[in-house]
Design a protein around this ligand. Structure first.
Ligand code: PLP
Length: 416
C-alpha cells in the first residue's frame, strides 16, 4: 500500500493495523507484532562510519533496544497515524513524555503559560523541577478565555501548555485560538490530550505543535500498563525529544508495555464510543436528581462550553465530575453504598472508577487553593467504563438513596 492510500484509511482501520506488515517486525508471517524482548541485536559487520543517532528502524536498523525496538516502533507508528502526526515516541509514562517535551523546549530564564487547572502532577513538575531547579517562570491562567493566554504572553515565553478538558472540573480551552496566540509569540504549543484520546480530539489538526498522551488511560484502556506518548509534525523537535529520551533519560516504553498498548489501541474507537454513551447517560441521570448539586460534563447542554466541545471534538469523552448536595458525611455514605465504582484514582480503563479529588488526586493542594479552583469536599470525579449502563445507573441510585436522612448542603428551597 502506498503512503497516500495509507493516509486515506480511517481511524478505526489505522487503530487495528497501521504499522503491521512493515519492516518494523521480524517476520512477514506475523499478523500481530510480537513482543521483542531482546536488549541487543547482532549486526552484519563493522560500519566504520556508524552513527548511533542515525539508525533507521524503518529500514530494519536495530542495535540496542533502548535506542529502538520493533514492538515500540510499531506502536509509535500507530500512535503517530492516529494523532495525525508525522512521528511519535513512546515513553515509560505520560509524565515522562511531558517532562521530555518541556526539557526540549525550555532553557533557564524562559517563561511558560499554562492552564491553571492542569493535571496536578504536571503542575508539580513545573514548580518543583522546572521553576525551582531550572529557573523557569510559569504563569497559570484561566485558559477558558483565550484572551487570558494572550495577556500572559511576553518576550521569553517559549512554551504554552494546555489540557482540554481539565481534571476534575472539565474546563475546556479553544485549542485553535490558543495555537494562533502561541505562534504569534513564537512559542511552542503543547497539548496534553489524555482525557479525549486521539479518537475524539486531535490537537495537531487544530494547530498544536506537539501532543502528549498518558497511554495509561484511554489509549491502553485496560488499567494494566503505565505509559505515555508524544506526537509531533516538527522533525527538529522530534529529533531533540528523541535524543533526550534515548540518550538523556532512557525513559522509553518497555517492549511488553508497547505490546499491551498496541493490543489496547485496537479497540480504542469502540471503547470511546461506549465510554461516551455511558457517561452521557450518567451525566443526564445525575443532573436530573435533586440530590446532586452540579454535574460537569461537556456533553451536557448546561456545560458552559458545550458549543466549543461540539466544534473542537468529535465526542465528549468518558470522564465527568459532580457535586453531591451534602457534606463529607453524605459523600462517605454515597461512596460506601456503591458496588460498581471502586474508589480509585486514574481513569480511562474499561471498568468504572470514582474518586474524591479533595482527599485523593488534589490533596496536595491546600484547602484555599482547592476552593479557588472550585474543588469542594462534595465533588466526585468518575471515569465511566464500558459496563451495561443500567447496572451503573442502578448503582448510582443505590448511592443516592444512602443520602436519605443525611443533611443536605443547600438550604431547603434553594436550587441551582
Ligand atoms: N496527564 C493527565 C491529564 C493525567 O491525568 C495523568 C495521570 O493521571 C498524566 C498526564 C500522567 O500520566 P502518567 O500517570 O502515565 O505518568
Amino acid at each position: 500500500m502506498d503512503e497516500q492510500d495509507e493516509d486515506r484509511r480511517r481511524f478505526e482501520t489505522l487503530a487495528v493495523t497501521h504499522g503491521e506488515g512493515s519492516p518494523t517486525r521480524s517476520s512477514a508471517e506475523d499478523v500481530v507484532t510480537p513482543i521483542h524482548l531482546t536488549t541487543t541485536y547482532a549486526v552484519d559487520g563493522l560500519d566504520p562510519e556508524g552513527d548511533l543517532e542515525s539508525l533507521d528502524p524503518d529500514a530494519g536498523e536495530y542495535l540496542y533496544s533502548r535506542l529502538s525496538n520493533q514492538t515500540r516502533n510499531t506502536l509509535e507508528h500507530r500512535l503517530a497515524a492516529l494523532s495525525g502526526g508525522e512521528g511519535a515516541l513512546a515513553f515509560a509514562s505520560g509524565s515522562a513524555a511531558i517532562a521530555a517535551a518541556m526539557t526540549a523546549t525550555l532553557r533557564p530564564g524562559d517563561h511558560v503559560v499554562a492552564f491553571d487547572d492542569l493535571y496536578g502532577g504536571t503542575k508539580t513538575m513545573l514548580s518543583r523541577l522546572f521553576a525551582e531547579r531550572f529557573d523557569v517562570e510559569v504563569s497559570y491562567v484561566d485558559a477558558r478565555d483565550p484572551e487570558n493566554v494572550a495577556e500572559a504572553m511576553r518576550p521569553g515565553t517559549e512554551l504554552v501548555w494546555m489540557e482540554s478538558p481539565t481534571n476534575p472540573l472539565m474546563h475546556l480551552c479553544d485549542i485553535e485560538a490558543i495555537a494562533d496566540i502561541a505562534h504569534d509569540g513564537e512559542a511552542t504549543f503543547g497539548v496534553d490530550n489524555t482525557f479525549m484520546s486521539p479518537y475524539f480530539q486531535r490537537p495537531l489538526d487544530l494547530g498544536a505543535d506537539l501532543v502528549v498522551h498518558s497511554t495509561t488511560k484511554f489509549i491502553n484502556g485496560h488499567s494494566d500498563s503505565v505509559g505515555g506518548a508524544l506526537v509531533t509534525d516538527d522533525e527538529a523537535l522530534l529529533d531533540e525529544i528523541g535524543f533526550l529520551q534515548r540518550v538523556g533519560f532512557g525513559n522509553m516504553l518497555s517492549p511488553f508495555d508497547s505490546y499491551l498498548v498496541l493490543r489496547g489501541v485496537r479497540t480504542l474507537p469502540l471503547r470511546m464510543e461506549r465510554h461516551e454513551e455511558n457517561a452521557l447517560a450518567i451525566a443526564e441521570f445525575l443532573e436530573a436528581d435533586d440530590r446532586v448539586e452540579h454535574v460537569h460534563y461537556p456533553g451536557l447542554e448546561s456545560h458552559p462550553q458545550h458549543d466549543l466541545a461540539r466544534r473542537q471534538t468529535s465526542g465528549f469523552g468518558g470522564v465527568l465530575s459532580f457535586e453531591l448536595d451534602t457534606g463529607i458525611e453524605g459523600v462517605e455514605a454515597f461512596l460506601g453504598a456503591l458496588r460498581e465504582f471502586p474508589l480509585a484514582v486514574s481513569l480511562g480503563g474499561v471498568e468504572s472508577l470514582i474518586e474524591h479529588p479533595a482527599s485523593m488526586t488534589h490533596s496536595p493542594l491546600t484547602r484555599e487553593e482547592r476552593a479557588r479552583i472550585g474543588i469542594t469536599d462534595s465533588l466526585l470525579r468518575m471515569s465511566v467504563g464500558i459496563e451495561h449502563v443500567d447496572d451503573l445507573l442502578a448503582d448510582l441510585e443505590r448511592g443516592l438513596d444512602a443520602l436519605d436522612g443525611i443533611e443536605t448542603a443547600s438550604p431547603p428551597g434553594s436550587s441551582d
